[in-house]
Design a protein around this ligand. Sequence first.
Ligand code: UTP
Length: 298
Amino acid sequence: MRGKKGRSFMTRPVKTAVIPAGGLGTRFLPATKAVPKEMLPVVDRPLIQYAVEEARAAGIETVVFVTSRGKAAMEDHFDLAAELDGALAAGGKEDLRAAASEMVPAAGALVHVRQQAPLGLGHAVWCARHVVGDAPFAVLLPDDLVLSGQPCLGQLLDVHREHGGNVVAVMDVPREETGRYGVLDVVEDDGRLASVRGLVEKPAPADAPSTLAIVGRYVLDPSVLRALDAHETGAGGEIQLTDAMARTVGAVPFHGLRFEGRRFDCGDRMGFLEANIACALARPELAPAAREILARFA
Ligand code: UTP
């Protein structure tokens, strides 16, 4: 496989996923004052569980949570709870027992690192550098929930196996919304896969190089971590992941994938509400009752 400058690339397997969860979640106050945004439940499981399950379904072996003060509930959620397990076993509630324990990763497969100050998404990812090492890695933003047939990260990994470098999930957005996303500058686009020659974080609609916006799933070359070493701040005074990715353009292949599936911005109140409705309707055991409730409000 060859990059733009004729260099050849080996695609190495992606075994580690970083889940940044160190942010303040201000768009969801007051709910997120004492409860981490990532622990808000969509139907019956917290947002972060959807991200962990997606990573595991895509073959990821090690998950790194980047957390901050006040987020210890996430650590407890993914641990075994002997007292609860005993009570459920004694009550013969095997289905609930399985629900509470089957999502717990194998011992040592979940690593927690702290982001000591919310300096931005790029900084959060950089905090995981010693666990990631010099290998390609995935990033999943837990507040972007994606409902799809094949897990979104699995779709990106298929592209990564073929092309290597950086692969990001993208979707077409209305031009007036480009200021909410990292946006691609595209050199070629076959309607599914776009090859990237630049990126801009939160461009004003008039300045956006395209309307192809990055959503919270990435497979990244380790050179992105080295680009983050500089700690340069960008849009909003934060250390931006988009800026670090932009610094690797030309050095490694870079693609945006219009993934199959539907993404919900659960960091936003209406996106969160929509995700709850969509996830309930996607569950055969809940869908009929959910439809009945919705009909009452039609
Ligand atoms: P957001 O951009 O949604 O930021 O982060 P936020 O702080 O969580 O929420 P608002 O905008 O104040 O409402 C996307 C993901 O990146 C993480 C967040 O925890 C979230 O999962 N993040 C963001 C960090 O881990 N550290 C940061 O400094 C910023």
